[in-house]
Unconditional design. Sequence first.
Length: 462
Amino acid sequence: MKKQLTIGIGVILAVIIVMYFIFGSDGTATETIKVKVQSGEFKIAVTTTGELEAKSSEKIYGPSKLRNVRIWNVKIEDIVPDGTVVDSGDYVASLDKAELTNKMKDQELELEQLETQFTKTRLDTTLELRSLRDELINLEYALEEKKIELEQSAYEPPTTIRQIKIELEKAERNFNQTIKNYQLRLQKANATMQEVAGQLTKAQRKYNEMADILSEFTVYAPKSGMVIYKRDWDGQKQGIGSQISAWDNAVATLPNLTEMVSKTYVNEIDISKVKVGQKVDMGIDAFPEKKFTGLVTEVANIGEQMKNSNAKVFEVVIEVNEFDSVMRPAMTTKNIIITDVIDSALYIPIECIHTQDSITYVVSGNRRQQVIVGKSNENEIIIKAGLEENDNIFLLAPEGYSEYKLSRLDSEIIQKYSKPIAVSEPPNDNSETTNSEFDQKKPSNKRDDKREKGHQRKPAKN
């Protein structure tokens, strides 16, 4: 019984302790963290996510004369897996031959018909010309007979001689007309044969062309490399079942993996900061331990709409300076585009900044110190006035800091950093960030808002 009682008491105490920590302890106690004002080089950057691509690549083409045989689209029937390494002459893909095979069968029937027509025409013209030649020979014999008859009529009466001469002239005239007719018939026969032969040659050439195109439906690699699927206009990869057109007959690509670029998109808010020639710090998500550098080589002048979003973005191309065998197309990269570098500046974490009634300040010790801020990056912001190097300020301010005394800067210092920009001059990209601009950029701090309204938390229980 004593043992059971002891166990029961222990369980009750444990429950009480747990309940105390859960309900009795005021979880609103706030820890305070201090940081020092840093001095040194300050980098301003735009961070984006990109995708690796080869700077240059060679396309693997399918049939090049599809339009000659009136085929506009061909389906990819089989293709090696994306990323396959091939040697020159290795098999890459095969295309659907059904449509071209049917056209070849039709062309083969037409070719047979033209061959038959050619043979028939040749026989017909041969028989016709042979008949004309026989007629000419007979007319020539008749002409000779009339000449002999005229010679034998030397002693006949003049009327008889005159009649024989007329018959001789008719025979000569008939013979000459038949010769001319034969020549015309021969020319016509030659023209007919040329026409039929031309049609036959044309059909034969078309058939041969189809046979040559059919041999190109099996695609081989033009050189060694890694096969990368080609992408459609919408970014989808062209694999098995996709179609290539007669105007763009590339089946896949062989990228040059020694020269890579990262294609990324920058939103319209930050695009004014990005310029050609800016340096980039890069990393590959698949290999976070590896670091690379790059250079901005292209910045689009026209934005485009992001899918399923109202955001407008601009395409930026970054050339990678280094080569590494681990790099592969389509790998995701993190690109930190260095838009500005200030050699020497005072800066603090951006979380240290507070605002009240258009006054920007930090919490230092038991007072609030007004500051003039400059440019900022994702994590820090430049302090132009109000702090010195190694000053201690609160990163996470203590309870009730909104009641601390506010130490204001001299009006001369405020006026110095508040000079208006001349209207005639274009705004300088390196101009300082004003307090109002910072107010727009700085994310709202709900806890600060509550404290500004005089919200006080209960003191933590000991």
